[in-house]
Design a protein around this ligand. Structure first.
Ligand code: ADP
Length: 467
């Protein structure tokens, strides 16, 4: 099959979170399963600066917008058997951020990603790409199925939309002519959403199939509690909705070969050496268990529960490291946590290398998410022998089983800081009265690779192509 992935970010070129990891690693898996894979993504400023090996093809594609014609130059790079195609338009993408700067979203985001999506369709059509599947991801590429069904029905491809996080829908107060559509799309059955335009809704309505990133999340988003006002629509389209659990890239996230960590390992004895080195560097008590979190600092990730425990941390015989980034308010509050607790370190920013070191050094991994579509961090943590403490939601529910159920983690239900604290205490008790190496090695052995899930995607693609 020929598969085109459309994504606003893809690892290693651009990444703000799990979306980039998933597209990068799923594309690789599809190549391994003998598919022809093209990933199409914007040519951001940081891509231009960090990847000089990407070459100009001298091809171009144009999009009609109310002010004239927008030109995209086509750049490309072949890597791991994947053809990466970058669309370059400096007016839209030569900026310091991907979606925002200094905590503020770019005002023209709807036009940026609608134009990118339309350019992608024009590229497929005018350069005779003819894919079997166009796999779209999140709101940024959700208009592709709308354009496909409305203007490009001669392209035989089937469209899939993967929802990586329903909280982000691309809701804008914008005249439809700026995104290449006429007023007829301002309809409750189409893109209209409480008086505005909702990109993700368009993708849900017009795509041939919708996936989301874990089976539990596929059920949750059909409920009012997790549906972000799209639960009714998702219930309506539940016949074309399925949850397929994400995997992680087992070559990249491999403690035996990871070039960023101090000591490579496949057992707890060797893993421990990473903790020794690391706690020494950060002047933390090495006898204490080390709890870490690598995350966007947002409400979604349970940061309010953590902050609520601010006075409690110093009473615990444990060390904590939080690596992450969020709004200036969250960042500031997290820094205060560090100031009032000598056993806490807070590191702000996006730091890929440090994240590897933290996964490798930690005894426990904290992920008390309020909601979690899939979550990659807990799977990475487990691959690195770090025992998860999670809230029972979404992909966390599908990947972590409590030790009381013959499992290997600590799981709680209520969105409540006391519930989190009692799991931290449970983990501490476990650490003090058992040999943690048993649980650590147990989680290291669980298979979180793409193997099974990639096959499920292939089956889904085939079933769509054959209909
Ligand atoms: P989400 O996509 O909701 O942010 P996931 O758990 O699915 O959460 O994926 C997060 C990915 O981003 C993981 O690979 C994690 O290691 C990485 N990550 C998150 N925050 C940081 C950070 N501050 N520095 C380095 N890596 C980070």
């Amino acid at each position: 099959m020929k598969i085109v992935f459309a994504s606003s970010e893809v690892f290693p070129f651009s990444k703000t979170g799990g979306l980039a990891d998933v597209v990068g690693s799923l594309a690789k898996e599809m190549v391994k399963l003998n598919n022809d894979v093209i990933v199409i993504t914007p040519y951001y400023k940081s891509v231009m600066e960090n990847f000089p090996e990407i070459k100009n093809t001298e091809k171009k594609v144009w999009v009609d917008v109310p002010s004239g014609l927008l030109e995209f130059e086509i750049f490309t790079l072949k890597e791991s058997g994947i053809e990466f195609v970058f669309f370059k338009n400096d007016e839209l993408f030569l900026r310091n951020g991907f979606y925002n700067e200094n905590g503020l979203d770019y005002q023209d985001n709807p036009v940026r990603f609608a134009s990118f999506s339309m350019a992608l369709m024009n590229y497929l059509k005018h350069h005779n790409i003819n894919p079997d599947i166009i796999h779209c991801n999140d709101w940024q590429t959700s208009l592709i199925p709308v354009y496909h069904k409305s203007y490009f029905s001669d392209l035989k491809a089937k469209t899939i939309l993967t929802i990586h996080n329903l909280a982000f829908q691309g809701i804008f107060d914008i005249d439809l002519k700026y995104i290449g559509l006429d007023d007829s799309f301002f309809d409750m059955e189409k893109l209209e959403f409480y008086g505005k335009i909702n990109f993700l809704k368009g993708g849900i309505v017009y795509s041939d199939f919708i996936t989301t990133v874990s089976p539990t999340y596929a059920e949750e988003i059909k409920t009012m509690e997790y549906g972000f006002r799209l639960d009714g629509l998702l219930r309506h389209y539940s016949h074309k909705l399925k949850g397929i659990l994400n995997g992680i890239d087992y070559e990249y996230w491999n403690p035996l070969t990871d070039k960023y960590i101090y000591k490579n390992f496949d057992n707890h004895n060797d893993k421990k050496i990473n903790k020794f080195k690391f706690t020494e560097h950060f002047e933390l008590n090495n006898d204490y268990p080390l709890f870490v979190m690598v995350s966007r600092f947002t409400e979604q990730k349970g940061l309010n529960m953590i902050l609520h425990l601010r006075e409690k941390f110093s009473q615990l015989n444990a060390s904590f490291i939080f690596l992450g980034d969020g709004t200036p308010e969250f960042n500031e509050k997290m820094k205060i946590l560090e100031h009032i607790n000598s056993n806490i370190r807070v590191i702000l920013g996006y730091k890929e290398q440090l994240s590897h070191i933290l996964y490798a050094s930690s005894d426990f991994y904290l992920m008390p998410s309020v909601f979690e579509p899939c979550g990659l961090s807990q799977m990475i943590a487990m691959r690195y022998g770090s025992v998860p403490i999670v809230r029972k939601t979404g992909g966390l529910n599908d990947t972590v089983k409590d030790i009381a159920q013959n499992g290997y983690g600590f799981v709680f239900d209520e969105i409540n800081s006391d519930a989190l604290l009692s799991q931290i205490n449970r983990a501490l008790d476990y650490y003090n009265s058992n040999d943690i190496s048993y649980l650590s090695e147990k989680v290291m052995k669980i298979d979180f690779s793409w193997k099974e899930s990639a096959k499920k995607y292939v089956q889904l693609y085939l079933s769509l192509v054959n209909t």
